[in-house]
Design a protein around this ligand. Structure first.
Ligand code: SF4
Length: 606
């Protein structure tokens, strides 16, 4: 087989055993790799009633056919499991060097089950896997543990993906950190690692599978680098990182303010330019990326260089709580990274506490201090309570839906879909995005179908996904579904979402790596299959149309800004969406005919 090793590593931590799981070429072509292959493997191993933090929840780390190839922007990997935050399928991806090393270790990925009786870490190198004791490393923060394990392996080339204290404490939105500040952020998969007493995975080695046509791969890689490097968005990402979007986001009312109740705020204080004016910022890249969207704030404090923050974090700890203090945002981001929590779910949950405080749903007695809009230090104090699992922080660490339920509030106040907190794109501003959030395979997600980018002009002509009026819902169902499928496939191949590559080119890349004759149509079918598979998986745990909803707090028309008085017509778009997908409009679940068409028989994908 080309492009794949054709094997996963299966690790049973309870029995401390490892063995190879061979993959057939049919399985690889059907489920591609990354998050899609992870979903296929998890789907085969879980049943209703599963405890996401119990030993039976399989945790998968997966590379794809693109990973560690000469193509640019492909050093990425996916993590998947049933999410402890949502109770449904959960996935997250990250870049850096770790994915390149993971593939170099000699497996396409690993699947971890059981629970070790004491802390362990995995060391994978050149086809040899070891389960090593990690008692001495338990409690280390997510940066310190990466350094400590590199030293412990004595392997200068090893790259480490690890949990920080938040994962050990089973915080529901704990993440997995690698290569210093890169994060597989969403869905609380760090807590799944923590529940297994698995502190980290260290990967190393040079075992990379051959390509079917190395000459063609090299040609395509060269063309792609040139295309990516000259793209306007790439240039902006290189200069300012993802936070290049902040002022445009405010103008378009796409960046939410004051817990989704506003859209107007002093954006100029928070832009990428403002950060560059205040700090000495340098950028860094995932292996093989010509852009380098990663940010580092040098000398944040004497002798301290810190990562980030990205746009999502700036918005979540900025306008969402009414704060404009840059130092505070950088500090909050750093603390989240050190402890290992998702800055989106953390920031949104903290902002919900601010909203509740204003409405009388939380009192000074319950919190211990005041939470007024713009009180940045209070946001930081509340974050510390979350990270240290103290006082009201214990509740805020459960996410917005659990907070609403525990406090007896209307669940429409919880800014989430299926338990996953809203990212920093406002659904009133881009109606296609509203549909993507409502139907996202892991809950509210701006990366699976970043439809705001389409209505900003980034079309996919081959699939007739074209820009339209961002404030119109009619007609968005089909293109948003197609775009969701196409972007879902990026996490299977493993290709960075910022790669401006059209389907014909991506299909050619997959063909040159694997030897398969892949058409753009097959590519789209692969994405459709992936989204449908994840839907089936989550359906085991109760997902159906009734949960494809937007919370009232995020969908109610605002009184200010560019979207004042406007709200998306979700039901109209949902009907169009289900029709395209071949899902039953009454239940929102795939029909038998659609499952057969995609080669998915109910419950048994492989
Ligand atoms: S654009 Fe950013 S996230 Fe994507 S590959 Fe490059 S450095 Fe990594």
């Amino acid at each position: 087989m080309f492009g794949y090793h054709g094997r996963f590593l299966e690790v049973d931590l309870t029995r401390r055993q490892t063995r190879d799981l061979p993959l057939t070429e049919d399985f690889c072509r059907k489920f591609v790799g990354g998050a899609t292959m992870a979903a296929a493997l998890v789907n085969d191993r879980v049943a209703p009633g599963l405890d996401p933090l119990g030993p039976d929840n399989p945790l998968v780390m997966a590379t794809g056919p693109f990973t560690a190839s000469p193509l640019p922007m492909v050093s990425r990997y996916a993590v998947g499991a049933v999410s402890p935050l949502t109770g449904f399928w959960g996935e997250a991806t990250s870049g850096g060097v770790f994915p390149f090393r993971l593939k170099g270790s000699g497996w396409d990925g690993l699947i971890v089950t059981g629970r070790a009786d004491r802390p362990v870490y995995l060391y994978l190198k050149d086809g040899v896997a070891e389960i090593r004791d990690a008692q001495a490393f338990w409690g280390l923060d997510s940066y310190a543990v990466q350094d400590a394990l590199k030293a412990d392996t004595g392997d200068a080339e090893a790259s480490v993906a690890a949990i920080g204290p938040a994962g050990e404490k089973l915080i529901k939105y704990a993440c997995i950190m690698n290569d210093a500040g890169r994060a597989a952020g969403r869905c609380g998969l760090g807590a799944v690692m923590g529940s297994k007493n698995l502190k980290a995975v260290a990967a190393s080695g040079r075992k990379r599978p051959p390509s079917a046509d190395p000459g063609r791969v090299a040609e395509l890689a060269k063309e792609a680098v040139s295309l990516i490097s000259g793209h306007l968005v790439s240039l902006a990402l290189k200069e300012y990182g993802t936070n290049m979007y902040m002022d445009m986001g405010m103008v378009l009312a796409d960046t939410p303010a004051r817990y989704f109740t506003g859209s107007v705020f002093p954006a100029q204080a928070l832009t990428g330019q403002a950060f560059r004016k205040k700090y000495r910022i340098t950028n860094y890249a995932c292996r093989g990326c010509p852009i380098g969207c990663g940010r580092e704030v040098n000398e944040f404090k004497p002798g301290l260089k810190v990562d980030g923050p990205e746009y999502e974090t700036v918005a979540a700890f900025g306008p969402l709580v009414g704060n404009t203090d840059l130092d505070l945002i950088v500090e909050a981001n750093h603390r989240c990274n050190v402890h290992g929590v998702d800055t989106v779910s953390a920031g949104v949950s903290i902002a919900y506490a601010f909203y509740l405080f204003e409405k009388g749903g939380l009192t000074r007695d319950q919190v211990g201090f005041d939470l007024g809009w713009g009180n940045g230090p209070a946001a930081l104090k509340l974050l510390d309570l979350v990270l240290n699992q103290e006082g009201i922080g214990v509740l805020v660490s459960q996410g917005t839906l659990a907070m609403a339920k525990a406090l007896g509030r209307d669940e429409g106040e919880a800014a989430q879909v299926k338990g996953l907190e809203f990212p920093m794109h406002d659904v009133r501003s881009f109606h296609g995005q509203a549909l993507s959030y409502a139907t996202g395979p892991r809950g509210a997600c701006h990366l699976k179908g970043d439809y705001y980018n389409i209505d900003l002009g980034n079309m996919v002509i081959e699939y007739m996904i074209l820009p339209g009026d961002r404030l119109v819902s009619e007609g968005k169902g089909e293109p948003a579904a197609k775009y969701q499928s196409y972007k879902d496939l990026f996490d299977a191949l493993t290709l960075c979402k910022f790669a401006p590559l059209e389907p014909t080119r991506v299909a050619a890349m997959l063909g040159a790596l694997t030897g398969w004759a892949v058409t753009p149509e097959e590519l789209l079918a692969m994405g459709d299959r992936s989204v449908t598979l994840k839907r089936m998986l989550s359906a085991k745990f109760g997902v159906n149309r009734s949960l494809d909803r937007l919370p009232a707090i995020c969908a109610r028309a605002l009184e200010e800004g560019a979207t004042a008085g406007i709200t998306p017509d979700l039901d109209r778009m949902l009907d169009e969406y289900y029709a395209y997908r071949g899902w039953d409009p009454a239940t929102g679940l795939p029909t038998q005919a659609k499952l057969a068409e995609l080669g998915l028989t109910a419950g048994t994908p492989s």
